[in-house]
Structure formats: C-alpha cells, structure tokens
Ligand binder design. Structure first.
Ligand code: PLP
Ligand code: ZN
Length: 411
C-alpha cells in the first residue's frame, strides 16, 4: 500500500521486529494487541523547510505534511491544528523564580474542541486512502466526538463505543455529527476491547491511538506548532495530561523529529500529569515498576484510564526526555480551571486543565528557574463537561428587583 509519506518502517515496542508500512495490520502479529508499533521515518528523505512562506500559509496541521504518514492533504474541509499559544499572564505564578515564561497551548480551539482532532485527521485521512467502509473507535468521549466530526466531514460512516457514563455534551456532539453510538456498561476498558474485535471481524478502520500507530503522528503536530510558535526553539519543559499516554508520546515524537531534522538542537523535558484519583503511571514511573490497574476516582473523565494503553511508548518518551510524572488532586484541577478562565479567558475541561495544574504545582514547589520557558497544553474545552465546570465555581444569586442587583454588585 502506498501513501505513507516518508515513513520508512514500523518498530514493535516489545520485540523490536520491524515492518514495512502497510504490512502489519495495526500491532505486531508476534506480540498481539500489546505490541504497539512506532512509526520510523527516513529523515534523509524529508524535505522540510521551516521558513518556507508557502508552507506557513497553511494555517492547519497540514503545514507539516512532509512529517506525516500521508502523501497528500486528505479531502477534509474542517481546519485542524495551528491553535494559539498564549503567554500566561503569570499573575501570582507562585514559586516561579524571577518570572519564568509559561505558555498555554490552547487545543480546545480545534473543530470538535479537543486535541484529539489532530489524531482523527490522520485517522480519517488514512481510512480514506485504505477505502475503509467504516471507522470504529472506543473512547472516553473526545476521541469519539472528534472522529465523528471529522468522519462526517469526509462522508465516512462510524461505529463508536463509549462508556455508559460519558458526559452529556460529548454524547450530544457525537449524535449531532450523526455517529452510530453504543454505550458500554462496563466502561472504557471493555469498549476498547470490543472496538478491536469489530475491526478484526469486519475489517473496519480502527481509530484507537494506542492501537493504530499512525495516530500518534497526528498528535505530534502540537509540538511542531509549539516549536514554530516559539520561533523554532524548544521550551525547557512541556506539561502534558496523561490518560493512555498517546498525547505524551506524540509530544515527544514531534520534538524528536525536529531534532533529527536539525531544526532544533535539543528536546524539552516532558512532565506527564495524571489526576490523583487515577494515577497508575505516576506510581509505576517514579517507583520504576510495572503499571498496576487502578479504580478511577476523578472528575477528569478524559484521563480516567485504569491502565494506560500506551504506557510503554509514554514511559520511553519520558525517559528519553529526562522527564517525570506527577499527580494533581481534583481540587488542584478545579483551581487550575478557574485560573485559566479568570486570568486568560480560556475554558478547559478538567483533563484539559490538568497539565496547567501540574505546572502550577511545579512552580509552587520552586522547581521552575527564572530563565526557563514552560508550556502547558490545554487539551479539551470546558464546554465538554459543564457539570464539572460548575463544581469549580460558586452558585449565582437570583434577584427580583433592581435594588438587589445594585446591592449585590456593591459587595
Ligand atoms: C484524550 C485526552 C487526554 C489524554 O490523552 P492520552 O493520549 O489518552 O494520554 C487528555 N485530555 C483530554 C481533553 C483528552 O481528550
Ligand atoms: Zn513484537
């Protein structure tokens, strides 16, 4: 099969057997579903000009086409990527010694309001090339609404499996996009298993990021953008929320590509942030042992993953970037949501504010030096989970007369 751009081969994370692009279905046949593949490029073949005006006119992730597993831009009219990078105003960025620069990468500004659109753009693009009859996906919500929106845009039918407890807004998005949605009582883990079975049995294209190796390549465009928005320099630290670990793996891949191409001279340190109520990889990483599944208890539903599917890729990414992991409480997440809203006007869902909560913690612990530049990625919009947002704020008063209004506003 053609159309893989500069992809050279696929490398199994477990046994390191190598495959031609297109030869392995999704994962390594020797290692099964756990044998997740890593996409390797022939960097010598990539023609990428960071300063080319023609490339920079493309205000979407397609400005990085030479670094993606596609030969040409797929027929999608939705605009994915090239989201804003804001300087955090820094008011009371406690603990940061002498004004460290913190930037917020606002990926809630994607067509379906989460970073997942970057992966779905590649997924839908590849599904079109492969002539897929349907795209199947299991998701805690955002990957589902994302693939539903992009597949609708491309005219490809979907089959979407979500946990029974998916937040209403995400379900509404899916249904408005016309997706075929099935809610699974046992939750994400079982939904995931069933989605793999559907792909195997019916040959439908699978858009699960910890299964289909090409999707992380879409997620990496967030790093390509960050580097470009910082005038082709690498920040010192990037804070990333972690559920399955695909975003973190993608973030590392993007910076790695730029170092391989000689555009950057080093990669940033990555800090993976989980919610305390579901932090299996934090414990495993810090204690250097196998990841044990946990019983999730956090309002950050998008990262409430009992056993991160892409933990091997994410752990390798953390190690090679000399990065680390930390866990933040739901109170810290709610506080981070308020601060993003009040100090920047950015509305994040709980998982979307988790990286920023991690950055705040890092600063509070005095771990940021004044000369450093840090980025926190906001991965999803607060409109996705309004019930959670309402937990972060106070109730509003109800009045009957104007005098009361004046009285309240004088407080
Ligand atoms: C999916 C998601 C994450 C976590 O991404 P992984 O690749 O599963 O680690 C974080 N935040 C939001 C808003 C998401 O939708
Ligand atoms: Zn293998």
């Amino acid at each position: 099969m053609r159309g893989f751009g500069a992809v050279h081969e696929l490398d199994c994370l477990l046994c390191h057997r190598r495959f031609e692009p297109g030869s392995a279905a999704y994962t390594c046949p020797d290692c099964g579903d756990e044998g997740i593949l890593d996409v390797k490029y022939d960097y010598a073949k990539i023609q990428f000009d960071p300063l080319s005006p023609r490339r920079r006119k493309e205000a979407s992730l397609w400005r990085y086409l030479p670094l993606l597993p596609l030969d040409k831009i797929p027929p999608l009219s939705l605009n994915v990527g090239w989201t804003p990078l804001y300087r955090y105003p820094g008011g009371g960025f406690e603990g940061s010694k002498g004004g460290c620069k913190l930037f917020i990468k606002d990926d809630s500004r994607n067509p379906t309001a989460s970073l997942k659109d970057r992966a779905s753009a590649i997924g839908v693009g590849r599904a079109l090339i492969e002539g897929a009859e349907r795209i199947v996906c299991a998701s805690t919500g955002n990957a589902a609404s994302s693939v539903a929106g992009l597949a609708a845009n491309a005219g490809v039918p979907t089959a979407i499996l979500v946990p029974e407890t998916i937040p209403q807004a995400k379900l509404a998005q899916l249904l408005i996009f016309g997706a075929r949605v099935i809610r699974v009582r046992q939750g994400y883990h079982e939904a995931y298993r069933m989605s793999l079975e559907l792909s195997r049995r019916f040959g439908w294209y699978n858009r699960n990021c910890a299964y289909n190796p090409y999707l992380v390549e879409g997620k990496k465009t967030v790093s390509l953008e960050i580097a470009e928005q910082l005038d082709w320099s690498a920040p010192d630290l990037v804070f990333v929320p972690l559920g399955d670990g695909c975003i973190l793996s993608g973030v590392r891949k993007g910076f790695h590509d730029l170092v391989e191409l000689g555009v950057l001279s080093r990669e940033p340190r990555l800090v993976g942030v989980q919610a305390k109520g579901c932090a299996p990889l934090v414990k495993a990483f810090l204690e250097n042992r196998e990841c044990q599944p946990c019983e999730p208890n956090t309002l950050a539903d998008s990262i409430a993953v009992p056993l991160p599917r892409n933990r091997l890729k994410a752990t390798a990414a953390l190690r090679s970037s000399k990065g680390t992991m930390l866990a933040v409480s739901d109170e810290e997440i709610l506080s981070a949501m308020r601060r993003l809203g009040r100090e920047l006007g950015v509305f994040a869902e709980p998982a979307g504010a988790t990286a920023f909560a991690g950055a705040l913690r890092w600063a509070r612990e005095g771990r940021l030096s004044g000369a450093e530049t840090a980025v926190a990625i906001v991965t999803g919009s607060g409109l996705k989970d309004v019930a959670a947002a309402l937990q972060a704020v106070e109730e509003t008063p109800v009045v009957q007369d104007f005098a009361q209004v004046v009285e309240l506003l004088a407080e």
